[in-house]
Design a protein around this ligand. Structure first.
Ligand code: ADP
Ligand code: MG
Length: 639
C-alpha cells in the first residue's frame, strides 16, 4: 500500500492559519497597524474603502525593509522580532509570530511598497492567494505601504460571512481606537471612503482620549497612578457620572498591548461599587506595566487574552489604585438611584409643554430637577416602594395580577375567569352593563387618573384598577409611532426656531452617516457639516428636548447598546433607541390631560402591555382580587 500522508502546500497551510488570524477586515487593520508600530513609525495613515472589503491600506514612515526581507515577510513564521525561544519571555513588540502577512496574503491581494532610509530604491511586491505576482525595484518614500485589496476574494464562504459595512467599520474603529490609545506619541490618521475620520496628533494620553471620544470627556476623567514592585499602573478612569449603559469604552493595556480580562475588569467595577448602578459601565483606560516574565501572552492567536502568574495581586493593586483615584478626586456618590430609571435630570421631559408653575416647587428659575428630592420625600418614596413591593410579591404569589390582554378581552369576554369588563368585577362595580368595546378604559372625559409619585398613573377601569408605569407606557407609544414613521417614511418634524449645530465624536458621526436615512425618516431635519458636525433644523414632532447634542448622544448610546445585544432589524433598533431615549422619565409630573392622552395612546397600540424590550407597562388589579385583600386570612379562621 502507498503512504498517504503529505505535507500541505504552503498556500493551503497559510489559508488555514488565516482562518485564525484574519477574521474580518478589522483583523487586517490591527495586524498592519501593529507592524507599523513595531517598525518605529512616527506617522501612520490608515485608508479604508467600503469598510475594508475593497481596500485596507496602512502607510507608515518606519524602518522599511530590504528587498530580501520584503519577500521573506510573506513567508509563514518569518519574523524579525524573535530569534530564540528565550525571546518569547521578553516580548516588547506587538508582533512576534510571523504569521500575519503570510495569512493576509493567503486570502487577499496584497501590494507592498517599502524602502529603508539607507537605500536609494525601494521595492514593489504584489501577492495574491500566497502567489508572488510581481516584484520590481521602485522609487518610493522611506517606510512601508501595504495595501490589502479584495479581502477573501478566494474564500467566498468567508466573504459572505462578513457583516454590513456599518458593523465591519465599527470593528475597524474599535481596533483603531485601541492602538491609537496605546500609542498617543504617534500621529495617526484614518480615512474611510475618502473622508477623513480621524487625524490624531501625537501628544498626551488625555488629549488622545478626548480626540477620540469627544471634548466633553476632558473634565470627566480622573488620573490614576500606582507604582508597586510587581506592576506600574497609569491611566485615566471616567468619573462615575460618566458611566454608560453600553460596554465597550473600557481599555486595559499590558505593556501597551490591548487586552481583555474579565477578572481585572471586575477589580475596577469593584472599586466603583456603590458609585454607579450595577448595570452601568465606567470608562477607563489603564496601562499596566509588568516584567514580561510574569505574563503569558501566547495563549490566544488574536492575543487579546493574557495570563498573569500572580493574578490576585494584580487584582488587588488595580482595585486599590482605582479606589484611590476616585477618592483623591473626591468623587463621592452624588447620584440618586431611588428612581432607578435614569439619573440624568436633563433628559427630555414632558415638562416643556407644561406651564412652569405646574412643576416648579417653590418657583425659581429653570432649575427643575425631578430627582432632587428632599430627604423627607426620599424617605417617603423608599417607604412607599417597600409597601408596594410587599404587596406585589404577595400578589404575584397568589397570581393576583394578570397582564391585561387586549385581544383576549374581546375574544373571550364570555369566559368567566378572564379579565373582561363583563366579569363579576363589573357587576360589583355597579356600573351597569359593560359596553361592547375592546377598550378597557373609559373615555377620557369620564376618567379620573391619578399620578403616584410622579411615576405611575393609577386609573380606575371597569373591572378594577390599572397601574401604569408612565415611562414604560410612553416608550411603547413612541416606539409604535417611530416604527410607523420608519416603515412609511412619514416622520413628522417640528422645525426648530433656531437651528443648532452639534459636534459628535468621529465614531458616532460615522454611525450617524450609516443610519442617516432612518434618522431622516423619523423626522429629523439636518445638514451634514465638515468636522463631524450636524446642523439640526428639525426634530420628530413627538420629541421635546431642549438639547439636541444630548439627544443625539443619548440616542446613539442607546443604539450601540441595542445593536450589540439585539438581533432584530435595524429599523426596530432605531425606533427603540429613540423611544427609550425620549420617553418621559419617572419623576415627571403630568397633568390630567397628559395622563389621559398617554393612556389613550397606550391603548391605541396593538401591544399595550409591554415596552418593546418586554418590560410590563401596566398591571391590573381586578376588583375580585382587591376584595380578596380584605378577606380575613385563612389562618385566623382556624383559631
Ligand atoms: P510579525 O509581526 O509577527 O513578525 P508579520 O507577518 O506581521 O509577523 O510580519 C513579518 C515581518 O515583516 C516582521 O517581522 C517585520 O520584519 C516585517 N514587516 C512587516 N510589516 C512591516 C512594516 N510596516 N515595516 C517594516 N517591517 C515590516
Ligand atoms: Mg505583525
Amino acid at each position: 500500500m502507498e503512504d498517504i500522508i503529505q505535507l500541505l502546500p504552503d498556500s493551503i497551510a497559510n489559508q488555514i492559519a488565516a482562518g485564525e488570524v484574519v477574521q474580518r477586515p478589522a483583523s487586517v487593520v490591527k495586524e498592519l497597524m501593529e507592524n507599523a508600530i513595531d517598525a518605529q513609525s512616527r506617522n501612520i495613515k490608515v485608508v479604508i474603502k467600503d469598510a475594508g472589503k475593497i481596500l485596507i491600506q496602512v502607510i507608515d514612515d518606519g524602518c522599511g525593509m530590504s528587498e530580501t526581507d520584503a519577500r521573506l515577510s510573506f513567508e509563514r513564521h518569518a519574523t524579525s522580532k524573535i530569534r530564540s525561544s528565550d525571546d518569547l519571555f521578553s516580548i516588547y513588540t506587538m508582533g512576534f509570530r510571523g504569521e500575519a502577512l503570510a495569512s493576509i496574503a493567503a486570502v487577499a491581494e496584497v501590494e507592498l511598497k517599502t524602502k529603508r532610509k539607507t537605500d536609494d530604491l525601494g521595492v514593489y511586491l504584489c501577492m495574491a492567494a500566497s502567489q508572488l505576482k510581481a516584484q520590481e525595484a521602485e522609487t518610493c518614500k522611506d517606510g512601508t505601504s501595504i495595501a490589502v485589496k479584495n479581502l477573501f476574494f478566494n474564500v467566498p464562504a468567508r466573504k459572505n460571512f462578513l457583516k454590513s459595512n456599518a458593523v465591519e467599520m465599527r470593528h475597524i474603529l474599535d481596533q483603531f481606537h485601541r492602538i491609537a490609545l496605546a500609542y498617543s506619541d504617534i500621529n495617526f490618521s484614518l480615512y474611510h471612503n475618502e473622508t477623513e475620520v480621524y487625524n490624531l496628533y501625537a501628544g498626551k494620553l488625555v488629549n488622545r482620549i478626548t480626540a477620540i471620544f469627544g471634548k466633553n470627556y476632558r473634565d470627566k476623567l480622573a488620573f490614576c497612578q500606582e507604582d508597586t514592585e510587581l506592576i506600574r499602573i497609569k491611566g485615566y478612569i471616567g468619573k462615575p457620572e460618566n458611566a454608560k449603559k453600553t460596554r465597550g469604552d473600557q481599555f486595559f493595556f499590558v505593556n501597551n498591548r490591548y487586552i481583555r480580562h474579565s477578572y481585572l475588569h471586575h477589580a475596577v467595577m469593584n472599586a466603583f461599587e456603590g458609585l454607579i448602578p450595577s448595570d452601568m459601565h465606567p470608562f477607563y483606560v489603564l496601562f499596566i506595566e509588568i516584567d514580561p516574565k510574569h505574563i503569558d501572552i501566547n495563549v490566544h492567536p488574536t492575543k487579546t487574552e493574557i495570563k498573569f502568574d500572580d493574578e490576585r495581586t494584580v487584582y488587588a493593586i488595580i482595585q486599590a489604585a482605582v479606589k484611590k483615584s476616585l477618592g483623591t478626586h473626591n468623587l463621592t456618590p452624588s447620584l440618586d438611584f431611588d428612581s432607578n430609571v435614569n439619573h440624568d435630570p436633563t433628559l427630555p421631559q414632558f415638562q416643556q409643554r407644561f406651564p412652569k408653575s405646574d412643576y416648579q416647587s417653590g418657583g425659581g428659575g429653570n432649575n427643575y430637577r425631578p430627582f432632587e428630592k428632599s430627604p423627607q420625600e426620599k424617605r417617603n418614596l423608599s417607604n412607599w416602594h417597600k409597601i408596594y413591593e410587599g404587596l406585589e410579591k404577595k400578589a404575584i404569589q397568589e397570581n393576583t395580577y394578570g397582564t391585561f390582554d387586549f385581544e383576549e378581552t374581546t375574544q373571550s369576554k364570555n369566559e368567566e375567569n378572564t379579565l373582561t369588563f363583563e366579569s363579576n368585577a363589573n357587576k360589583l362595580n355597579n356600573e351597569g352593563p359593560a359596553k361592547e368595546t375592546s377598550n378597557p378604559i373609559e373615555p377620557a372625559g369620564e376618567r379620573q387618573s391619578f399620578q403616584v409619585h410622579n411615576q405611575y398613573i393609577m386609573t380606575p377601569v371597569r373591572s378594577g384598577l390599572m397601574l401604569i408605569e408612565q415611562q414604560a407606557a410612553h416608550e411603547r407609544v413612541l416606539y409604535d409611532k417611530f416604527l410607523d414613521s420608519l416603515k412609511n417614511d412619514s416622520g413628522a418634524a417640528q422645525q426648530l426656531l433656531f437651528p443648532s449645530t452639534i459636534t459628535l465624536n468621529p465614531a458616532d458621526f460615522q454611525l450617524i452617516l450609516e443610519i442617516e436615512t432612518e434618522i431622516r425618516n423619523l423626522g429629523f431635519i439636518f445638514e451634514v457639516l465638515p468636522e463631524n458636525r450636524l446642523e439640526i433644523k428639525g426634530v420628530p414632532a413627538d420629541i421635546t428636548n431642549e438639547n439636541e447634542q444630548e439627544l443625539f448622544e443619548g440616542f446613539l448610546e442607546q443604539f450601540k447598546n441595542y445593536q450589540s445585544t439585539l438581533k432584530v432589524e435595524r429599523e426596530s433598533i432605531v425606533a427603540r433607541s429613540l423611544a427609550k431615549r425620549s420617553a418621559i422619565r419617572a419623576g415627571t409630573k403630568l397633568t390630567s390631560m397628559e395622563m389621559n392622552l398617554l393612556v389613550d395612546q397606550l391603548f391605541a397600540s396593538s401591544n399595550p402591555n409591554y415596552t418593546p424590550d418586554g418590560r410590563p407597562t401596566l398591571v391590573m388589579l381586578t376588583l375580585d382580587k382587591i376584595k380578596d385583600f380584605f378577606e380575613k386570612p385563612d389562618f385566623l379562621w382556624e383559631t
